[in-house]
Ligand binder design. Sequence first.
Ligand code: PEP
Ligand code: MG
Length: 585
Amino acid sequence: MRIVLKGIGASRGMTLGRARLVQPSQFLVDETRLEPNEIDAEATRLEGALETARAELKVIRAKLHGALAREIGEFIDAHSLLLSDPELVSGLFDLVRRGRYRASAALKMQRDRLAAVFEAMDDPYLRSRREDIDHVIGRVQAALSRETSPAERQIAARVGTILVSDQIAPAEMTHLAEQGVLGTVCTGSSPLSHSAILSRSMRLPMVVGAHDALAQIHDDDLVMIDGEHGEVVVHPTAQDLARYRQHARDMQREGQRLAQLAHAQTLTACGTSMRLYANAELPAEVAQARAHGAAGIGLYRTEFLFLQRHHLPDEDEQFHAYRDLVLGMGGLPVTVRTLDLGADKADTTGLALTREPNPALGMRGVRLSIRRPALFATQMRAILRASAYGPIRVLVPMVSRAEEIRATRRLMEICARDLRSEGHEIADHFELGAMVEVPAAAIALPALIRLVDFVSIGTNDLVQYTLAADRNNDAVSDLYDPLHPAVLRLLSDTIRCGEKAGKPVCLCGEMASDTTFTPLLVALGLTDFSMHSGAILEVRDALARCDRTRLRRLAPRLLKAESHDEIAALLAGANRGNLRSRASS
Ligand code: PEP
Ligand code: MG
């Protein structure tokens, strides 16, 4: 039966695939008792699921050859034996027939009982085999929950996988596309999580906050995700599939239209020139940035060099990554942000403190780098060495006080001096920038700006810290509001402060890539945007519809507005104006 689950769209696009649940051992069971007339049918379902699980194991066993057959075969045999174990099986049927439990509840009860027996064992080897129980029962649960029709199974066999999970770690995200994953659904997470940011750069549709997904979707169900509207359709109908095909056609047409803007100048409707930079973290993004006519890399998140491994990348490894980035951009400026581990970018290297009570307010970004001078110097040397291959500048994350900028500049100067005396050919001069993502930095910017060469606004964090609303917690997603008057005030002050000091200000948070915010940012005076490269053409297109002169005149009213709604209404009016000016042009 068709089910529609509502969540929040975190990465646009529609996709169709076979569900793969990531927590099969998390049993969500129906504990209501069976009516007497339901017992026989439920016992038959259970028998069928046990048979399917046994048959699956047989197929896996038959496919194993050589060393694999020796190593894994033993486990598969143990699982097959467990599945036929008379005590386990008769216990299950007893629970259904006499206890009137549903099959899934009976499986859960048997699992809990056997797990307790294994855990009480003295022998550590036997104790560790309780995992086998989880695997075997999990396999039967999965078989039990597969209630797809033969026709649906036929379609599902031809499409890829949709991962359904509670949340996905950023490091895992980067591998999903290689594993044939076409989209993701999370019960938790938020559109501002780093996994969602990555998902958008990888153009993998994603829906987050779909609370019931793990309960309502089963392995192998055919699932359609609409990342635009935050919708997950389980067992889509012919009408849904037609909508999916229409969407694919529309996307193709829109892609062809936007492709013509790839090498166009970025101009507003009134002819002001704007700059669009790319955010990057994966090597593939560099090629896309150039293909879409980016003015350079506005934000290179270096933590992804650290996230995907279990040891720290040394100076040479980092140098090669930064050098390739600079070479890849063919002379366009590249902004490398120093390490910003911490909070949801939890690392696998053991660098960040793991047991902080409030990680987002803890040892993150430049705070961690200053605490680990050797690590900071290694990264700084690697960045400066890459300057021999093209323009590169250094950006510092999570700045909240002047001393953090001074300490970074001191380190930069020491590293540059050492590298020159070691015979490295590096640039004569290096630009240092600060991220404005902590309200203190925005408020104290008139003093801080003297210490830097440029500023980059990180709205993902600036909004979360200004409004005390965790960007990763969907329970407070309604409080995470980029159109809050306080956020507008900080954005406007930061942009004006840069203008007065004659220092460039770029905005590299997700607001830059969302075209609903483009008129607002133009109204506040922003001219430099940095976004995942997939959004560059759309933003260029949106800017071409913005009458900057008229929008700038709206700024005082936007800044006087007292609520989100008032701001949204002013922007809606401006948008209508833009549409009119487009129609008349
Ligand atoms: C930001 O906070 O807006 C930003 C660009 O940094 P990150 O998303 O990596 O924290
Ligand atoms: Mg940030």
